[in-house]
Design a protein around this ligand. Structure first.
Ligand SMILES: C[S@@+](CC[C@H](N)C(=O)[O-])C[C@H]1O[C@@H](n2cnc3c(N)ncnc32)[C@H](O)[C@@H]1O
Length: 384
C-alpha cells in the first residue's frame, strides 16, 4: 500500500503497510501552475511553509505520547471515541489529533463495518515509542522536552552571543547528566548500522570473530555500540567509560543484551581522570561534536595514550567532507544542521574531515578509513 497509510475496508490489509516506505510531502507543490503561471515567491512560500510546519510533528507526536495514545493503541485498534474514553480526553479533539498523526504514517486509518474510523498502531511505531524499548525514541522526546524546545526558541540569541562561556571562550556542550539520561536512551537506534559497518572494517583490519581484544568506549552512554560489538566478537571485552549517573543504564542494558560478563563499566570524568592503557580499540561515538576544537585535539592525544600497539581509534560522528562530490550530500546537509543543534544546546560543532585529520596527526595518529553510515561517518585511525 502507499504511504498515505489509509486502508479501505475492501483494500489491502494494513499488515502490508511499509512504514515510512514512501512518505509523501505534506504540501503538493506539483499542483502549482507550471511555468510563469505562478509568481516565484508563491512557489517559494509553498516550499518554505512545509519547513515551518515541521513544528507540528513534534507537537502532535509528543502530545499523543504524553496522553498515552500509543500505549493505549498498543493494546489493540480503537476508534477515537473509545480512545477518548480510556484516556479521559475530549472526543472531538482526540479524533483531530489521531487524524493528524496519520499524516506522519504513525497511525493507520481503517474502517469498521459501520464505517467508523478505527486507528491502528503499526508494530514498528509501537516499538519506537515504547518507553523501555531498546531502540525507542521515548528518551529523545524527554530530552526535547527538557532541553531542545527552549534551546531552539533561543537560537537567535545564541547566534548573537556565539554560545560562549562567561569568560568569552568557546565552550563544549552544556548538556547536563540528567539530560543525558534521557538523551542517550533515545539515540540507541543509531547504533546497528554503525556497528554493522564498523565490524566489517575491523574484520578487514584483521579482527577475527574470536580475536582476544579489549576496547574502551569513551562516553559510552547506554553502551550500545560496545555491547553490539561484544555480540559480534566473542573474544572481545569492553570497558564503558562514563559518569556515575549514566553507568547504571549501561550496566542494565549489558545484562539485557547478555554481554554483562564482558562489559566493564568505568566511572570516570574523561577530562580529569585516567582512561587506562593497552586498548585494541578506542571508540568515541557522538563525543567529538560536543567539544571545542581545542578539546577535540586533547581527546585525540588521550586516545593515542590509551591505545595498544597496532590498535585502532574509531570516531563515529557528524564529519563534514568538504569536497565537490560531497558538498551538498544528504549527509553534509544533515551534519551542518546538526551543528546548529549543537550550538543551540550550548556548544560543539559538526567538524570537517580536515579538522579531524589535523587533530589526529597532531596526536601521532593517521586516518586509515572513512565509512559512510546513514547519520554518521566512521573515521578509523591507527598510530603513524
Ligand atoms: C551524546 S552522548 C553519547 C553516548 C554514546 N556514546 C552514544 O553515542 O550513544 C555523550 C556521553 O558522554 C558522556 N560524557 C560527557 N562528558 C563526559 C565526561 N567529562 N566524562 C565522562 N563521560 C562524559 C555523557 O554522560 C554521555 O553519556
Amino acid at each position: 500500500m502507499t504511504s498515505s497509510a489509509q486502508v479501505r475496508p475492501d483494500g489491502a490489509s494494513f499488515e502490508d503497510n511499509t512504514l515510512f516506505g514512501n512518505v509523501q510531502p505534506l504540501v503538493d507543490t506539483a499542483l502549482l501552475p507550471a511555468g510563469d503561471g505562478q509568481p516565484r515567491v508563491v512557489r517559494a512560500a509553498h516550499r518554505l511553509y512545509e519547513h515551518l510546519i515541521s513544528l507540528w510533528a513534534p507537537g502532535a507526536i509528543e502530545a499523543a505520547f504524553d496522553l498515552g495514545v500509543f500505549d493505549e493503541l498498543a493494546k489493540g485498534p480503537a476508534t477515537a471515541d473509545e480512545l477518548a474514553k480510556s484516556l479521559s480526553t475530549n472526543a472531538k479533539a482526540t479524533r483531530v489529533l489521531l487524524d493528524g498523526l496519520n499524516a506522519y504514517d504513525l497511525l493507520v486509518r481503517t474502517w469498521d463495518a459501520d464505517g467508523t474510523v478505527v486507528y491502528v498502531l503499526p508494530d514498528e511505531v509501537r516499538d519506537v515509542l515504547r518507553p523501555d524499548g531498546l531502540f525507542s525514541l521515548a528518551g529523545k522526546i524527554g530530552y526535547d522536552r527538557q532541553m531542545a524546545w527552549g534551546a531552539w526558541r533561543n537560537l537567535a540569541e545564541t547566534v548573537r552571543t556565539g554560545a560562549l562561556a562567561d569568560d568569552g571562550s568557546q565552550q563544549h556542550n552544556q548538556i547536563s547528566a540528567s539530560e543525558y539520561e534521557s538523551l542517550v536512551r533515545g539515540i540507541n537506534f543509531w547504533a546497528p548500522p554503525v556497528v554493522h559497518a564498523l565490524s566489517a572494517q575491523l574484520k578487514e583490519h584483521g579482527w577475527a570473530g574470536d580475536k582476544t581484544a579489549g576496547m574502551l568506549d569513551v562516553g559510552c552512554g547506554t553502551g550500545i555500540y560496545s555491547q553490539l560489538l561484544l555480540q559480534q566478537f566473542a573474544g572481545l571485552t569492553a570497558t564503558g567509560l562514563d559518569v556515575e549517573r549514566i553507568l547504571p543504564l549501561a550496566i542494565a542494558q549489558s545484562e539485557q543484551l547478555d554481554v554483562a560478563d564482558r562489559f566493564h563499566p568505568l566511572r570516570r570524568d574523561f577530562w580529569r581522570e585516567d582512561w587506562g592503557t593497552g586498548f585494541d580499540l578506542v571508540l568515541f561515538v557522538n563525543i567529538f561534536h560536543l567539544q571545542t576544537p581545542e578539546d577535540a585535539r586533547d581527546l585525540a592525544i588521550k586516545a593515542n595514550k590509551a591505545l595498544a600497539d597496532g590498535g585502532l581509534v574509531a570516531i563515529v560522528d557528524q564529519i563534514v567532507v568538504e569536497d565537490e562530490v560531497q558538498q551538498n550530500s544528504t549527509q553534509n546537509r544533515f551534519f551542518r544542521l546538526f551543528a546548529a543543534s549543537m550550538m543551540a544546546t550550548g556548544g560543539g560543532d559538526a567538524y570537517t574531515l580536515d579538522q579531524y585529520d589535523e587533530w589526529l596527526t597532531g596526536a601521532g595518529l593517521r586516518r586509515v578509513a572513512l565509512i559512510d553510515t546513514p547519520m554518521h561517518r566512521i573515521l578509523l585511525a591507527g598510530r603513524d
